[in-house]
Design a protein around this ligand. Structure first.
Ligand SMILES: [Zn+2]
Ligand SMILES: [Zn+2]
Length: 346
């Protein structure tokens, strides 16, 4: 497709990004061009926008930002046969090599050569985006574009909660940012008996309550240990989903687990974390699990079922919608923490 489009481009190192008029990208032989209907802001987009250490080490400038999307395929490369013009799609954002040890043993989500859409390649905060055909996920037509766009972070929440086999168990979610918030309805849909949410931000605590958390707590002002004791009959939680990346939350969360329980960590600490492994992990026989991305493509099938069968409601988690031009407003909200998922509309 010839012509130009608007795109949110990271043009220089340091905070911020620019709305620019750029050429519509050409799909390669194994790629497709998607007309973006909806995108959403992810924590990593904010890291790139604010330009933290991780962004500095991973992002090549200039680059179009964003990776969560839903849209229609408008052009396909010459080798592409399974995706067609007109398909309503989203994208798995891990671009994998297919030949490393992990890929060859079916563990695509931890491919050692992973590149990420919108991090290592041009992204989707634009009118159009190029995506590898092998990363395309065909959406069920009954799923709204806004929800379809959120399937990617929803997949993070699904993988984290799934790691805890939470059915009829008491669980603790530390951190109610977008991924933490998405974990609440997922945990409920998977049959968790009590969901406790620990989060310092008032707005996010309130929202957690609204979308189904049984107990919420500000761990800075109140005792998380007391709440866990009171609500679990002194047993402790069976599982902790760590979504904050905050070192204090990680060590505090680990202490709330009953012996034999488990913890899955999705949040990314920016620094090394000090833990009392002897008391809090080894002698308790706790299982600690790292979560990255989504299992390809098992997680996507689960997301589709949860949405298609109305097992989860994403509506209250989408707190803001802006035209793409107003991406700065969305990023400011991400900074303040006073938001759930933010939708950007090209
Ligand atoms: Zn994301
Ligand atoms: Zn690989």
């Amino acid at each position: 497709m010839e012509g130009s489009m608007k795109a949110v481009v990271k043009t220089q190192p340091g905070p911020g990004a620019e709305m620019k008029e750029v050429e519509i990208p050409k799909p390669g032989p194994n790629q497709v061009l998607v007309k973006v209907k909806t995108t959403s802001i992810c924590g990593s987009d904010y890291h790139i926008y604010s330009w933290n250490k991780w962004a500095e080490n991973n992002v090549n400038i200039p680059q179009i930002m964003g990776h969560e999307l839903a849209g229609d395929v408008v052009e396909v490369g010459e080798n592409v046969s399974l995706v067609k013009v007109g398909d309503f799609v989203s994208a798995e954002t891990h671009i994998i090599c297919g030949h490393c040890y992990q890929c060859k043993t079916g563990q695509y989500h931890i491919c050692v050569n992973t590149k990420i859409l919108g991090v290592h390649t041009d992204g989707v905060f634009a009118d159009y985006a190029v995506v590898d055909a092998s990363n395309i996920w065909k959406n069920d037509s009954s799923i709204l574009p806004e929800y379809a766009s959120i399937q990617e972070p929803l997949g993070n929440a699904i993988d984290t909660i799934r790691a805890g086999n939470v059915s009829a168990k008491n669980i603790l979610i530390t951190g109610a940012g977008p991924a933490g918030l998405l974990s609440i309805p997922v945990a409920k849909a998977f049959g968790a008996s009590q969901v406790i949410v620990s989060e310092p931000n008032d707005y996010r605590r309130e929202l957690s309550k609204e979308i189904g958390a049984d107990h919420v707590i500000n761990p800075i002002e109140e005792s998380l240990e007391d709440l866990v004791n009171d609500t679990t009959g002194g047993i402790g939680v069976d599982f902790v989903a760590e979504m904050s990346g905050n070192p204090t939350a990680i060590s505090q969360g680990l202490k709330q687990i009953t012996p034999g329980g488990s913890m899955a960590i999705l949040g990314l600490p920016a620094e090394e974390v000090k833990l009392d492994l002897t008391e809090d992990l080894i002698f308790k026989g706790v299982n600690l699990i790292g979560i990255t991305g989504r299992e390809m493509f098992k997680t996507w099938y689960i997301a589709r079922r949860l949405l298609k069968e109305n097992m989860i409601d994403l509506e209250p988690i989408i707190t803001h919608r802006f035209p793409l031009e107003d991406f700065n407003k969305g990023m400011e909200l991400m900074k303040s923490g006073n938001c759930g998922k933010i939708i950007l509309l090209p």
